[in-house]
Design a protein around this ligand. Structure first.
Ligand code: PAD
Ligand code: ZN
Ligand code: ZN
Length: 375
């Protein structure tokens, strides 16, 4: 019996309060309105950005259905949707691409003005929610919400991919992999022979390492306070790894000495102001570029000597690796299918959706790179 046009009752993980485990409950998912798409989620990764909402570092209105790195199949579409149809395999896009706004029209940017990262309303573009639980309305997370069996997204925030792609792997193209790989390839535009430093060797940091390697970097220095992350980083392309806790000197000075004057490209893939500053200071005073990838913690400011930039350093940031999402995600999936890159080493754990809190604990304890939840 078709579910199109009807409310679907299904399981979802709800963040009711800060710093509490997610609660798996039955929710109601309303049918998609005009220009919206209802998706059956098949696999979703757990990203540190989801946990940042739970800790309060990334403030969002609660209660909320988190999750933003997923793959699924279209269950039904609202009026006027032509980009996908029921049965299509898709990836939801937390950075949408409307094709009409100033950023979408420019060849340079990717942060479509219809995104809900900047506004953090927790609602669909029309200002309402499609989720309810026990009579209460639940918020959507950055236009995606994938910790649920069914979700509704705007048509600008979903793209069709190769039906043969394995969902439990390519879900990482929805965030972690693309964010890291793109930070190196798209945002920094790492050149062959460059020296790179990657601060933070989680799922996103390792994807930066992969991007630096693919771009032909000659040295890729991994920096992490958890040395258990080093073997995998080396497997993915890091030429050396260092632990700031092993040195008396600040880590930027260590990197400066190791590279005789600083790296060409540094990436902060942790989300801490101290390491953002250290990554900037670690790059060459004139030719170095530092990219902020880690989500800056709420209400934290950085004070720095403008001489750091005056001498010529470049400081940038990127969301979703700088990729225009609708244009790039299907291509990245095709590149994966053609074995241009691999995702297996990033996936350390696969768990059933019910074990989502176990997956979050694995991330917090540093034991996992990516946990993928299957439904
Ligand atoms: P993760 O927690 O798996 O990895 C972070 C790594 O940093 C871990 O290996 C830690 O051991 C390490 N670390 C922590 N503190 C320090 C320190 N002081 N010095 C050195 N290393 C340290 O997270 P992730 O890879 O899922 O995400 C990394 C960041 O990227 C996080 O802030 C997340 O919110 C952000 C992110 N940004 C985007 C974007 O679009 N910009 C997308 C996805 C994730
Ligand atoms: Zn993410
Ligand atoms: Zn746009």
């Amino acid at each position: 019996m078709s579910t199109a046009g009807k409310v679907i009752k299904c399981k979802a993980a709800i963040a009711w309060e800060l710093k509490k485990p997610l609660s798996i409950e039955e929710i109601e998912v309303a049918p998609p309105k005009a220009h919206e798409v209802r998706i059956k989620i098949l696999a979703t990764g757990i990203c540190r950005s989801d946990d940042h909402v739970i800790t309060g570092a990334f403030p969002m209105p609660l209660p909320m259905v988190l999750g933003h790195e997923a793959a699924g199949v279209v269950e039904s579409v609202g009026e006027g949707v032509t980009c996908v149809k029921p049965g299509d395999k898709v990836i939801p896009l937390f950075v949408p691409q409307c094709g009409k706004c100033r950023t979408c029209q420019s060849s340079r940017g990717n942060l479509c003005s219809s995104n809900d990262l900047s506004s953090s309303s927790g609602l669909m573009p029309d200002g309402t929610s499609r989720f309810t639980c026990k009579g209460k309305s639940l918020h959507h997370f950055i236009g995606t919400s994938t910790f649920t069996e069914y979700t509704v997204v705007h048509e600008n925030a979903v793209v069709k991919i190769d039906p043969a792609a394995p969902v439990e792997k390519i879900c990482l193209i929805g965030c972690g992999f693309s964010t890291g790989y793109g930070a190196a390839m798209q945002t920094a535009k790492v050149e062959p022979g460059s020296i790179c430093a990657v601060f933070g060797l989680g799922g996103v940091g390792l994807s930066v390492v992969m991007g630096c390697k693919a771009a032909g970097a000659s040295r890729i220095i991994g920096v992490d306070i958890n040395k258990d992350k080093f073997p995998k980083a080396k497997e993915m392309g890091a030429t050396e790894c260092i632990n700031p806790l092993d040195f008396k000197k600040p880590i930027n000075e260590v990197l400066f000495d190791l590279t005789e004057g600083g790296v060409d490209y540094s990436f902060e893939v942790i989300g801490r102001t101290e390491t953002m500053m250290a990554a900037l200071a670690a790059c060459h005073e004139n030719m170095g570029t530092s990219v902020i990838v880690g989500v800056p913690p709420a209400a934290c400011k950085i004070t720095y000597d403008p001489m750091m930039l005056f001498t010529g350093r470049t400081w940038k940031g990127c969301i979703f690796g700088g990729w225009k999402s609708k244009d790039s995600v299907p291509k990245l999936v095709s590149d994966f299918m053609r074995k241009k890159f691999i995702l297996d080493p990033l996936i350390t754990h696969t768990l059933p959706f019910d074990k989502i809190n176990e997956g979050l604990d694995l991330l917090r304890s540093g034991k996992s790179v990516r946990t993928v939840l299957t439904f």
